[in-house]
Design a protein around this ligand. Structure first.
Ligand code: 1QQ
Length: 424
């Protein structure tokens, strides 16, 4: 269910779910929405787009067809793609790669941009700042790309984007949600919704729908996205009068979370929820360990949770987890439905937010190259990107705001019955 005027009124099913969550969380019994099943269908799983995604759950991902891979780096317009295909952000990077290849295939099969095909030069940033900077440097100096898509992590963007800015090469971040990204300069854009925009909506749901009063917070201090998200949560929780009983700080590569969670388990009063901001690996380990230890509070996450791999990794322990994001498979807008179906047909796998944002980024770029009237003038391209307007995409009708950020609605989702279900 999207946050749109037509859906402002809560349906009976959603109300029922909300009441169940409120009751169970309020009583601190085993809750995290396991009992909310009656509303699952009502909450969007029956919608066309989501139906297609749900049907793809359990499919064995396809071996990429030769035609989509072999020609990826061949074409008239060189676009650098700097994504994490190894390291802590690998899961997101893989989705981005698939979304981009799909978009490239569609654009080139339809004749390219004004007759010129797009070449994607895909390089692995390894989830590493220094490597991301090196990849950018090579794209700019050796490959002389027209534009760069990526890098995957905000931490990488903080290190690499200044190089593109200096060289006047436009960059579109496809997953950077941390603070200060587009402030790097006027050649830096992002089509990913910032956590500063998404988290206030998540906290509003925590307060008004889940009746959460006290929380424990856990965040990875060594990753920009994770620590920026923590700051946003901290501010928003305070604004909404939600008490932070305890804050536990860890590192992205940590694998043992017993001591942090045992400390949280000993808190009095007990927190109503645990807020976790980190990338997928640590997040899934925390969720599994929390349930192992018998902690039954609702777990609230952020952008790092926006992949069905969380369900694969944490399995049943992931049930009831809530997080905000910029895209939903259940959005039945025709452009999104077409994307979902094309993605599943290509990859035998459901898309996620990261693939949708990557697919959209290449469509935004192609549209801007066309409007710039040049496939070589990077300044004209920058201006055309800034003027992007009313572009139909899986993320909705797209435009950058004056600060070159994405402005769109937040979808709050919960894992329920092994699926992503909209809670608002
Ligand atoms: C960022 C993120 C990550 C969680 C996803 C790639 O949002 O680093 O900004």
């Amino acid at each position: 269910m999207r946050v749109s005027k037509s859906h402002i009124h809560l349906t009976f099913g959603l109300l029922l779910t909300t009441l169940l969550i409120m009751t169970t969380v309020g009583n601190s019994t085993l809750s995290y929405a396991a009992q909310a099943t009656p509303a699952a269908t009502e909450m969007g799983t029956a919608a066309a787009g989501n139906g297609a995604c749900d049907a793809a759950v359990g499919m064995t991902p396809a071996t990429p067809a030769a035609d989509i891979l072999s020609g990826a780096a061949t074409g008239d317009i060189k676009v650098g793609v700097a994504i994490a295909l190894s390291g802590a952000a690998k899961a997101y990077g893989e989705s981005q790669r698939k979304g981009l290849l799909l978009a490239q295939n569609e654009i080139n099969k339809a004749g390219g941009v004004d007759g010129k095909t797009i070449a994607l030069l895909i390089k692995d940033t390894a989830s590493d700042k220094a490597q991301a900077a090196t990849v950018f440097q090579n794209f700019i100096q050796q490959d002389k790309v027209l534009a760069i898509l990526g890098p995957t992590l905000s931490a990488e963007a903080a290190a690499a984007d200044p190089l593109a800015q200096q060289a006047s090469v436009p960059v579109i971040g496809m997953s950077n949600t941390g603070n200060g990204i587009t402030e790097i300069g006027n050649f830096v854009f992002r089509d990913s919704l910032s956590e500063a925009d998404a988290i206030p909506n998540t906290v509003a749901v925590m307060k008004s729908k889940l009746n959460i009063k006290n929380v424990a917070v856990m965040y990875a201090q060594d990753d920009k996205f994770s620590s920026d998200s923590y700051q946003v949560f901290k501010t928003e929780l305070a604004k909404n009068g939600i008490n932070v009983l305890d804050t536990e700080v860890f590192n992205t590569a940590d694998t043992a979370f017993d001591s942090y969670l045992t400390k949280i388990q000993g808190l009095s009063p007990a927190p109503d929820a645990i807020v976790v901001t980190s990338l997928l690996g640590a997040a899934s380990k925390i969720i599994v360990k929390a349930r192992d230890l018998g902690l039954n509070q609702q777990i609230i996450g952020g952008n790092g949770f926006n992949t069905p791999l969380l369900i694969t990794l944490a399995s049943k322990a992931a049930e009831g987890t809530i997080f905000g994001g910029a895209w939903s498979c259940s959005n039945t807008d025709p452009v999104n439905t077409a994307f979902v179906q094309a993605y599943i047909a290509q990859w035998a796998q459901a898309p996620d937010q990261f693939s949708a944002q990557a697919y959209t980024a290449l469509k935004i770029l192609a549209d801007a190259i066309h409007r710039a009237g040049s496939a070589t003038d990077s300044k004209a391209l920058r201006d055309a990107l800034a003027a992007t307007k009313d572009l139909p995409t899986p993320l909705g009708s797209f435009a950058f705001d004056p600060g070159r950020n994405a402005k769109q609605q937040t979808y709050i989702q919960m894992i329920q019955g092994g699926k992503f279900v909209l809670v608002k």
